[in-house]
Ligand binder design. Sequence first.
Ligand code: ADP
Length: 736
Amino acid sequence: MGTTLSYILFGFSLITFMMGVQEFLRKSSQKRVKYYYIATEMSSSIWSFCFGLIIVQTSSDTAALLRSIGMAGIFCFLASVVSLMMYWSNIHGKTAFCIRCFLLLAIPLYPFTISPSIATFERIPFGMSYELTPGLWNTFYTFYTLSIALIMIVLIIVMAKRSRKRDHVTAYGVLTCEIIILLGMILDTILPQFGYKALPGTAIAQFFGALLLGIIYHGYVKSQVTLENMSNFIYYSVNEPILIYDEMQRLKIVNNSAAEFFGDSVHEDTDTPLHEIFDVDEHILEMRGKHIGIEATCLCNQSYCMLGIDRITDFYGDTQGFIIVISDMTEKLAAIGALKLACQKADEANEAKSRFLANISHEIRTPINAVLGMDEIILREAQSQDIKNYAANIQSAGKTLLSIINDILDFSKIESGMMEIIEGDYLIGTVLADLASHISLRAQKKGLKLITEFDPNIPSVLYGDEVRIRQIILNILTNAVKYTETGAIQFHASCTEQSENQVMLDIFIKDTGIGIRKENIPLLFQSFHRVDEKSVHNIEGTGLGLSIVQRLLKLMNGTIEVKSLYGIGSIFYIHIPQKIVNHQPLGSLENSLPVMPKEYKASFEAPDAKILVVDDYKLNLQVIEGLLKQTKVQLTLISSGKECLQKIQHETYDLIFLDHMMPELDGIETLHQMQNMPENRNQNTPVIVLTANAIAGAKEMYLKEGFQDYLSKPIDSRLLEELVKKYLPDEKIYKV
Ligand code: ADP
């Protein structure tokens, strides 16, 4: 029986020894607590070993020696358990110092507890045993061990009082451990005090205590966030599903988010290969690089995922494992799909809007052509001044209507990115003078004074888009007149030289009109937005002008600024960089402002010239006839493509005007057939398209189809005459 117990204790000793060694070999950044724990397990091992050996001894001297070593183990065990508990209960400062001093009392006490007089050894049937001789040192020893038990209870209470759950678990664990040891102590410490033979009860109990401490210790370490286990906490707590494979491609970690994502189908510490979880190549983890990102469908839940696979390597570059971060793209893809659909719908709606704008303006331009054209003829031919006045009013209203349609067209051109800046040489003096004379008429009508200030040093010939520059300045000038009831309009133009070949054209237009509220200034350039609706509702406008001006300026790298005082007036500053073609200064424009011709007079006559005009809208034919009347050209007016194809076989013309939109055979088809007809006697005759289609890119399209030039409706009588003059043979033109 004694021998068996001796073996059992020897086994206990070995187990606690191994536990100590194992902890010693484990890497840990928590050095202090680690060494307390190792000391606990090692001293427990010595304790079990020595007291186990005592039982099988025959010589009391050897038994006494073994007891002496065992006692050292006991003191060390008590000291290291208390230190461990102090660490766990976070005791510092003076209290910790006092406890440590008390633990050190073991050193002076130790020699007395091993003195030969303190214990008498005797063999009993069970094996070697000893009896403690009652005396001062024994009482001290008992007092010491009971005090330590008391300190432990206090430390347990401190731990239990803390709010963390793991402190509570540790406290109850240590309490259980202490109770076990106290029970064991009855056999070899308490009973021998009363003269009973000592049995190694504490040696057995302390082993279970040490085992329990091991469990508590490892539980504590595991739940503590340290450098070593930080990665575990990260893997488990991140929201993204993560799988970790080891170097043998065994699934080691499935974080919480991944467990939720895969449901019950994927588990930690299994051999489930990646290609059984996702539709990926079965050799995917044999990757060479450190990272790959692939798209794959999850075989467990059919989600469409993005996998980020990182190969973890050691110092030597050998693979240690793989981290697979999974991004579920299903919802994102659905959102992207929905966004794409919404974009497509918005694009379609925008296109439909542009088409609608283009169509509506085309439809409106056709009748306006007749109105303005006929009106122009009345203006030219009427004898009565009253009728001329009425016609002038019709012309003014018609032109306003036309400018609104032109704005809408420009807007749709800009929106579709088709607005082009067409640059060329131009005379800035002519532009300024034209604009001034144009606006002076409107200003006069309202009783406004027009003050012009043109810097004579502006270089006379510049390079830029003359048409758009005229449009921009005219828009601001028109607004100034529109929104001013009394006072004056100041039109100022100067320039600042930027480089040898470039000037900044600085223009400002000042009025004494209704002004703009400060808070409305940023809203001025929004499309279709009219600020201060109440005060401007009786003034015609669409709220498009300034928005177009700003966008045109942007295309030319120019800028616009506004300063205004509500009720007092506004100033619009425009700056446009322009290239210099001729440095010669403009000089004074005062006397050269062109006077608008009051009476129309044809610029040439061509009685021998033959012109064919094709348009299905009879009124338009009459307009052209009326507008070209004074030039005396011979006009043949027909109303269909078919008729045109017949006429050209029998007659040679000097010029052909061909409408685009006609029923049956449209202008483009007619032109193509004309070009392919051997009987056509007009192969070399210029054909000019007549069209109300003025949308973005229209002119380019017609030229590409084979027309020589382009004339948009409503027909600008001046432009019509210029075109006729340009394309008729010189010998048929007579100056008037
Ligand atoms: P529209 O004149 O056709 O309404 P604009 O884009 O040219 O459109 O102008 C936008 C708004 O800015 C106008 O409706 C008007 O309220 C304001 N505005 C423009 N110019 C002036 C000005 N010179 N004085 C006062 N208000 C102006």
